[in-house]
Design a protein around this ligand. Structure first.
Ligand code: HEC
Length: 122
């Protein structure tokens, strides 16, 4: 093969290879719904992807935006068990999560607490 052909082949092959790997990872991520996926699908609408609360949703729900902020100290200090109960059973204007298994609630709360650790308790 000429060097130019080789270079072209490499440049074409490498991106295809990475796209293949990325797709593989996403598929396996979907088959085991992680806490992150659950949070993005079921909580981010109101609490934001960063869990700091969605101001638009606060307006829609007519609640104080502070109530949607899950990164505030009072929530960070809430125990894992209490958070699991709150999330499963609902709270005030927050709907309860009746379609989630206890295991899913657990990984959801674990994900939230990891977010809090990463961004609040530095
Ligand atoms: C429809 C919007 C909505 C969705 C979806 C939602 N929440 Fe909420 N959440 C609220 C509101 C509103 C409150 C404040 C309730 C109150 O104090 O009256 C709240 C409160 C909370 C609290 C308690 C905060 C505190 O101050 O004690 C936690 C924890 C929480 N949500 C976690 C979650 C998690 C985890 C999910 C995803 C499974 C979720 N929420 C989905 C609207 C929502």
């Amino acid at each position: 093969m000429k060097p130019l052909t080789m270079a072209l082949a490499t440049f074409l092959f490498l991106p295809a290879f990475f796209i293949f790997i990325i797709q593989k990872t996403q598929v396996s991520g979907q088959s085991i719904p992680s806490g992150q996926k659950l949070f993005e699908n079921r909580c981010a609408r109101c609490h934001g992807l960063n869990a700091a609360g969605s101001p638009e949703m606060a307006k829609t729900l007519k609640v104080d935006p502070v109530k949607l902020n899950l990164m505030k100290e009072s929530v960070v200090r809430t125990s894992r068990a209490r958070l699991e109960k709150l999330v499963a059973g609902g709270h005030g204007r927050m709907p309860r999560q009746e379609h989630l298994t206890p295991g899913q609630i657990r990984s959801l709360v674990k994900y939230l607490q990891n977010l809090q650790k990463a961004f609040v308790l530095k």
